[in-house]
Design a protein around this ligand. Structure first.
Ligand code: TYD
Ligand code: MG
Length: 460
């Protein structure tokens, strides 16, 4: 027999401690540790222990002849794309995002669409009453779909119902409102969220049912809730977007059944989330081409090229210390580009405030955006707009050299498709990639210095 051990779990950050303490040594929260016995979460530990009589587990070869899973497509193209071309039966999916970003809206639409394919679909809400959900369904124009609704928070009752109903898809909105009677702490606490998510993912595997868990992420980055679930589920999708913008991005940050980093683009409208199948056109919608500091970056998001606009403003600082502010890109990366511009190209940016913004609320993480950022900064600094119908991509090294990036062919084709005819890019190697877009004029830059000269021959 294993010892019945106890552990203490911080309800704020999820750290497991072996001893109780008044303050969590990891996140500093007071009175946040709560006792948990090892039986409740994690696999049952009955027959563990040296010398215990275990069962021999089955070992098999890698080359089993199993057919690939038959995926269920909702028909909402952008949603299916992020999942890796549809839902895999028996998979557990976490959909995270800020409150009010549109998770419930999107998932009710997805539930309705999947129910229409004939799959039995159950939507369990712990946050809203049935009447509220029905109102939303009417607004979304999906009232006629045969989604089965429940307003419930007791995990035991929900699992009993699911066992009897045998659905194909279950949506749990949200995991923070669910509570399991095997755990003493309050709903929404780390212990509860983890225990409920574990039971639901086990249910998904056991019964071959797809389970989608909704998780709220709060603005302060206090994401203990959904974060502790991430490793249990097969797929983690985050719903991003700026308030005040109508774009919503569904991003796969983890996917056992498809490419990670894939994005789906939606527009929040009065009648729900509308998919945007040509995001580049939307992101560039109302761009002022002639404004200095505005540059179009030809990026790759997941498996597809997306054009987005970087906007930079380089302005004389009024205060003694200059400001740097970034929205949609990495501030460390901006600091690097600025340092290279100073050290390798002689631009004196120390006395300037620098603001950088990705239009439309998209977050870019590709190093390939370096050159676009640099072009936006130089353009604003020299007050010279980038030539019309130009896209930019390329990675900058600390030496000031411009390095080639992957998938330049796809970037060029997307640019051409959207009516751009000039590209600022790194020198092409012998790669087969480049020749795909002959109609595009490519200006090659091998040094950042040359880009500065391109904008202002006297500056460099
Ligand atoms: P919701 O899906 O409830 O967000 P979450 O589940 O992530 O907390 O979205 C709520 C917001 O979306 C709310 O501010 C109203 C807006 N909304 C629309 O703009 N159009 C719609 O059709 C719906 C249903 C909601
Ligand atoms: Mg909601």
């Amino acid at each position: 027999m294993a010892r019945a051990s106890v552990k203490y779990v911080c309800q704020s950050c999820g750290t497991v401690h072996s001893k109780w303490a008044g303050q969590c040594s990891d996140c500093g929260a007071w009175n946040a540790l709560s006792e948990e016995s090892n039986q409740t979460a994690g696999p049952p530990s009955k027959s563990v222990g040296a010398g215990g009589k275990g069962r021999r587990v089955e070992l098999s070869s890698l080359s089993a002849n199993e057919p690939p899973p038959v995926r269920v497509q909702s028909g909402i193209g952008e949603f299916d794309r992020v999942l890796g071309d549809g839902l895999v039966p028996g998979s557990a999916i976490l959909v995270g995002g800020d409150p009010g970003i549109g998770k419930s809206t999107l998932l009710l639409q997805a539930a309705a669409a999947i129910a229409r394919t004939g799959a039995k679909t159950i939507y369990v809400s712990g946050e809203e009453a049935r009447a509220q959900i029905r109102l939303r369904a009417a607004r979304l124009g999906v009232s006629d779909s045969e989604v089965l609704l429940a307003a419930e928070t007791s995990l035991r009752d929900i699992l009993t119902t699911l066992d009897a109903e045998k659905p194909g898809l279950v949506i749990i909105d949200s995991i923070q409102t669910m509570w399991s009677d095997t755990i003493e702490s309050a709903p929404g606490s780390v212990s509860q969220v983890r225990a409920c998510a574990l039971e639901l993912t086990n249910f998904a595997k056991r019964r071959g049912v797809s389970v989608i868990l909704v998780g709220h992420v709060t603005k302060e980055g206090q994401i203990a809730g959904p974060r502790v679930v991430e490793h249990m589920v097969d797929t983690v999708l985050y719903c991003e977007g700026e308030r005040g913008h109508q774009f919503r991005i569904l991003r796969a940050v983890k996917n056992r059944f498809g490419p990670a980093d894939e994005i789906g683009v939606f527009e929040m409208t009065g009648t729900g989330m509308k998919e945007v199948s040509n995001p580049s056109a939307l992101f560039l919608g109302d761009r002022d081409e002639r404004a200095p500091g505005s540059v179009v970056f030809a990026g790759i998001e997941g498996t597809r090229p997306v054009l987005v606009e970087f906007q930079a403003l380089v302005a004389q600082s009024a205060l003694g210390t200059s400001r740097r502010a970034v929205v949609g890109w990495d501030s460390g990366r901006l600091a690097m580009v600025l340092a290279v511009l100073e050290a390798r190209c002689g631009l004196q940016l120390g006395a300037f405030d620098v603001y950088l913004n990705v239009a439309g609320g998209l977050r870019i993480s590709e190093p390939a955006a370096d050159l676009a950022v640099a072009a936006a900064l130089i353009s604003s600094y020299t007050n010279n707009p980038v030539p019309a119908r130009t896209v930019v991509f390329g990675e900058i090294s600390l030496s000031g050299a411009i390095r080639p990036v992957a998938q330049s062919g796809a970037r060029l084709r997307e640019a051409q498709k959207l009516g751009f005819d000039t590209v600022f890019a790194p020198p092409r190697g012998e790669g087969k990639d480049g020749k795909a877009a002959d109609a595009v004029h490519i200006e090659e830059f091998d040094e950042l210095r040359n880009l500065v000269e391109r904008f202002d021959p006297e500056a460099a």
